[in-house]
Design a protein around this ligand. Sequence first.
Ligand code: CUK
Ligand code: CUA
Ligand code: CA
Length: 647
Amino acid sequence: MHDESKNKPEANAEGADPARRNFMKNSALAGLAGAAGLALAGCGRKGEHGGAEGAAGHDGEGQRKHGEHEAASDHVPPGQLDEYYGFWSGGQSGEVRLVGVPSMRELMRIPVFNPDFTIGWGVTNESKRVLGPNFPPGGDCHHPHMSQTDGHYDGRYIFINDKAHTRVARIRCDVMRTDRIIDVPNVQAIHGLRVQRAPRTGYVFANGEFMIPAPNDGRDLEDPKKYQTMFSAIDGDTMEVAWQVLVDGNLDNTEADYAGKYAISTCYNSEGGLDLPGTMQAERDWAVVFNIARIEEAVKQGKFKTIGDSKVPVLDGRHGSALTLYIPIPKNPHGINASPDGKYVVANGKLSPTVSVIEWSRIDDCFAGKLKDPRDTVVAEPELGLGPLHTAYDGRGNAYTTLFIDSQIAKWNIADAIAAHNGKKVNYLRQKIDVAYQPGHCHTSMGESHDADGKWLVSLNKFSKDRFLPTGPLHPDNDQLIDISGETMKLVADGPVYAEPHDVILLHRRLLIDKVKKSWERDDPFFAETVAMAKKHGVNVLSDSKVIREGRKVFVYMTSAAPIFSLGSFKVKKGDEVTVVVTNIDAVEDVSHGFCIVNYGINMEISPGATASATFTADKAGVFWYYCTFFCHAMHMEMSGRMLVEA
Ligand code: CUK
Ligand code: CUA
Ligand code: CA
């Protein structure tokens, strides 16, 4: 399709065979369009290098021109810290991963929607209070976003969606632990998720992707015209759904402005289609803008209804509503990304080779009645290449858009794209770089805040193909690290990852380094309920070792200090409901203990200062050893005891 050799040296690095690249491209095209028997309407290319004739997108030339810039190194010497922390969504693994950038070293995994035996997530009572009593087997998380204050990351929380079970979770950044998970009512599959940037978070915005009957209780099964979905605003402090807005079409990704006035969501199914061809009929779908002040006012005035058992105010934001604005966007748009200068938001066309640049101030004008046609909010529609999915920013006026089908990232200039839209003869395209392969999101360092610093870009590629040693039929994804600090993008590293990080945020370490706790504080709410229970039993968890029986319920309290549990054994009767509470009184940084009961499915992590507990039925008689699972001491193997279960 075009001369692959232009993308040197990156594309010609070992293992990047141009012929295979074309195969990947064509198969992706077939997958997108062929399956539906439809052409990719509007995807014709004007030139070899996207829409801008003779653009600097010919990056081979670009590199010669600016050849003085050496790619930054991803090497972080032993003992040195990465400059950035990346919060990687774990996709269908249900977890969040903390990764150092540029080293791409994985520092930690934070279980969110997934059970995790390492720390006993889904085993301990403390985690079950977060997960709920009947927690589902996992989740599908896509979009991690940190809370903000006035458009700056504030280091308090990470919020993340669960598409698989229609939930939203909050992670405390001080202890890197999930502390709240909520179900979102009246909708199905939370996909897009973002935080309100100003004055603070504030709201967490969440898109219900799929359209369903309301209420979804068996009625209207065969009547898709009655299917609908809603946009939800969650109070990030209380984790309660504040309000929902009924929309036309479906909802894909969402974004917020920098002024605290609007949220905006893409819709790829304006058609209300039930299958792939059904969602690809219209040349334009839309982005829908939510006017937060008007919505809050309408809630205050009681202009809402509720659905079924839910008490959440539901407002009508369908076409004609004063609460929303529908901006036509070509075609099946996907990602939506606000520029860090606070002026623009870019909707990514997916089945159109374009992205649509919308100016927030024109949205003001539209809501004020000064602009009549919502399309007039679009101030540029640059053509970038095939399959634009997501856009990131460097804080220097440039945007970076992933091209899924082309397996490239297009760097383009926003001001030039607007000038070109106004008829000026300028090239907005700066460079295209090959990535391996099929990128979804890309993200820049600090790129979703006013502090976008334009140092690094990570491209989250869905396919790794032959970039790594074979791992069986299931391949890892490939996250590629790209230096964007100079004029030209430079590929620096490949990093295999377990499926499937959709999105990531890259935060400067200054946001977290002094705020993250190295041990638990004793009054931490995470285990406060367990400590309160002990108190009721007259137990001081820091010093007491006690077994307390209340009928068939047995409570076992002990402490851990390397290398011993304070109880060498305890006795219960078969059929008892047993609650073991362990408090780690080691105050030494990094001395975590684990408490595992063999053949009983119990393991929990107890880090310095923590109290952890697990409740189970002693349904097998006999001797069952418990032991410490974290190698904590030279005598760690000896850190054990016996649970004696009488027949
Ligand atoms: S989505 Cu997966 S690549 Cu869920 Cu943000 Cu676009
Ligand atoms: Cu405690 Cu190993
Ligand atoms: Ca569509």
